[in-house]
Design a binder for this molecule. Structure first.
Ligand SMILES: C[S@@+](CC[C@H](N)C(=O)[O-])C[C@H]1O[C@@H](n2cnc3c(N)ncnc32)[C@H](O)[C@@H]1O
Ligand code: SF4
Length: 374
């Protein structure tokens, strides 16, 4: 799932795959038309049951996509093979649900890795130990959704089934991964508050951002990512001045202990909330180049981008009944009109503007070495 704000250096029954064209330059420009057999940069995302240990929080933006079944075990492995045989370059495994819960996840990771694709993983962290070797050796980045600094706050926002205490298990899993990993490990912190009808704050995690960042550094994470809640339609939610100040003060302190091995990432959505920018972000264009680079695969369909998952207007096919190659060949990625359909805050907006500024004769140099996760 995705409102992948900023991945390292750059979003529960679900995952994501992303891919890019074989000669995509640092400018992220696609080399040839995907419809001509070219180069999607794919997000796939398959609904699975909710995580075994954790219920989706009420705030979970993918709540509506959960429990819609899952892509079959065999079809998923087949899909991984199809992606491996394509010019797709990177896949993000994410979810509304928990990607590590799918019975074929180990095979999927092996298949993608063996074919040279880069893999990103967003997980609740409860089952890292089950796939420790594969994640440590084969996953380019792993982002663990924590949203808390301790086991008192954690269950308020990530409630465990039957009251199980999972926070220490997740921390232990992260420590094990940090000690062995070849890729990057991130601690994701979604800022959340719940209010009573009279406006009183019932639950909050705004106060312990600094404690979580210290824990992330102690674990050996490469980065700590702060994000803010968006509503079901991806619009940012405004916050009170004193709450913004509380978070900003902690971010300033965190910056004092960041270094080459430990980075602070702040989402563009928080930057907007902090600056009081209007949640409505009007787009001036009618087709989006990012839809040629990033796609989302879910149980209920394949969508032009993560933001339009579950939106019938953004659906470009069904991976359960169509091969990846056929689906991509027939896909009409222009069905979404950003001027009309994307007035929320899109983290790819700067990328779109950058791509639009480029012209075939503008002297852009293609390079082989680039980050396929953008
Ligand atoms: C829904 S989770 C699913 C993947 C995996 N099970 C996990 O726990 O990370 C994917 C990401 O979506 C983010 N997310 C969920 N609801 C959100 C919302 N309303 N606003 C912003 N981010 C949200 C979470 O922070 C999490 O990092
Ligand atoms: S502008 Fe719209 S179509 Fe393009 S990436 Fe953003 S949400 Fe998706």
């Amino acid at each position: 799932m995705l409102r992948t704000t900023s991945e390292p250096i750059t979003s529960t029954g679900t995952w994501t795959w992303s891919a890019s064209c074989t000669s995509a330059p640092s400018t992220r420009r696609c080399c040839r038309s995907p419809k001509a057999g070219g180069c999607p940069r794919h997000w796939s995302w398959t609904s699975t049951p909710p995580p075994s240990a954790i219920w989706p929080a009420p705030e979970c933006i993918s709540g509506g996509l959960l429990n819609q079944g899952q892509i079959g075990k065999d079809r998923l492995v087949e899909l991984a093979e199809e992606l491996a045989a394509s010019s797709v370059q990177a896949v993000v495994l994410i979810g509304g649900g928990e990607p590590l819960l799918h019975r074929s996840i180990g095979t999927v990771i092996d298949t993608l890795f063996d074919a040279g694709l880069q893999i990103g993983l967003t997980t609740n962290g409860t089952m890292i130990n089950r796939y420790l070797d594969q994640i440590a050796d084969k996953v380019a980045w792993t982002r663990v959704s924590m949203d808390a600094a301790n086991e008192t706050t954690y269950p308020k926002f990530r409630p465990a089934k039957r009251g199980r205490v999972v926070f220490p298990t997740i921390i232990d899993n992260m420590r094990q991964l940090a000690a062995r990993k070849s890729g990057r490990l991130g601690y994701s912190y979604l800022l959340m508050q719940r209010y009573a009808p009279d406006g009183t704050v019932l639950d909050t995690n705004f106060h312990e951002v600094i404690e979580a960042a210290r824990l992330a550094k102690d674990i050996g994470c490469d980065y700590f990512e702060v994000k803010t809640l968006v509503d079901d339609d991806h619009y940012t939610l405004s916050q009170k001045a004193e709450d913004i100040a509380l978070v900003e003060g902690q971010l300033a302190e965190i910056r004092t202990f960041t270094d080459d091995d430990f980075h602070l990432l702040v989402s563009n959505t928080w930057e907007k909330v902090r600056a009081g920018i209007d949640p409505v972000e009007l787009k001036e264009y009618h087709t989006c180049p990012v839809t040629e680079l990033r796609t989302t695969i879910t149980t209920s369909g394949v969508y032009v981008c993560p933001y339009h998952r579950g939106n019938p207007a953004g659906r470009i096919g069904d991976i359960n009944t169509t091969s990846f190659e056929q689906l991509w060949k027939n896909a009409d990625t222009t069905i979404i009109d950003p001027a009309r359909d994307c007035q929320f805050s899109c983290s790819r907006y700067p990328t779109v503007l950058q791509i639009q500024r480029m012209r075939p004769d503008d002297g852009v140099t293609l390079v082989d070495d680039f980050d396929p996760f953008f």
